[in-house]
Design a protein around this ligand. Sequence first.
Ligand code: SF4
Length: 359
Amino acid sequence: MRIQRKRTRRIQLGDVPIGGSAPIAVQSMTNTDTRDVAATVAQARELVEAGCELVRVAVPDQKAAEAISSIKDQVPAPIIADIHFDVRLALLAADHGAHGIRINPGNLGGREPLKKVVDRASAGGLALRIGVNAGSLEKDLLAQRDRPWADRMVESALRYAEFLEDRGFVNYKISIKSSDVPTTLDAYRLLSEKTDVPLHLGVTEAGTLIDGTVKSALGIGMLLSEGIGDTFRVSLTAPPVMEIRAAFAILRALKIRERGVELISCPTCGRCEVDLISIVNQVEKQLAHIVTPMKIAVMGCVVNGPGEAREADIGIAGGKGKGILFRRGEPVRKVEESELVKALISEVETLEKERSRTA
Ligand code: SF4
């Protein structure tokens, strides 16, 4: 399957382009107290190391807005201020160097505050995200109960888009999220037919690690597979770095972007004579820092292991007391079971060095 990406216009968020032919940008949000600069910087840097390209921080009060000055200087990615209710915080975040502002116009208190944010973003070269969700639709749209949510959310988003464009502002993207996957799909599909504004995808309040990843993989993944979406966040009730891992797993699965290790591991069966789950967990943890794209297989036995993982760059297959290290499905050497993880990690690191030399 070849994904034909829908052509959107390109906008600029700090040094990251979004839309047009720019790579689909991965983002996440810190869950530290933004006023705690050290903690927020540490978490933001961890996210960036994991592949996060845009970092959003919550701005619930004046001190949080002011903290952006120091945070942005210490994080090698654009910082987006997440604003609700209070337009003054949006303006303050802009004054303190935020590269982008995410607002939900539905809870900002009308057109006048929205105008202030748009004019400030325009003057400072900031990007905006217009976030529309079912919970904060305008009253007249809320009252139209016979219309599907998706239709009404799209109409709301287009009204705000028109307001921005009438003011000559084009450096913005739109999100139109719901916690319900079918509604999210309907809304984004409809919106993408009606506008070329870059779209920020997400399934809001998606849930815990497994449920949230599944919902996001379906909601975001289906849209991406249809060519819709220019940036996205996987929202999880989990450490934010897991959102980045999930994001790249979605991109890798669709062959849109590659980064780091794709781990192929067998489900285990009665032939497995090693503690494969523990081995896979150790391997996943120890290879989390690898950036170079590669496929690594961790298989339970030599009967089917190497053959099943022929496409893997490097792999191990368990056995009784020993295992086999293989490259591209071909056995390389036997290794004691207790040394399997170490041997695999060392092979991967060697391969990474080789690849970064030739890159
Ligand atoms: Fe079973 Fe071996 Fe296949 Fe794993 S690789 S599922 S242990 S047959």
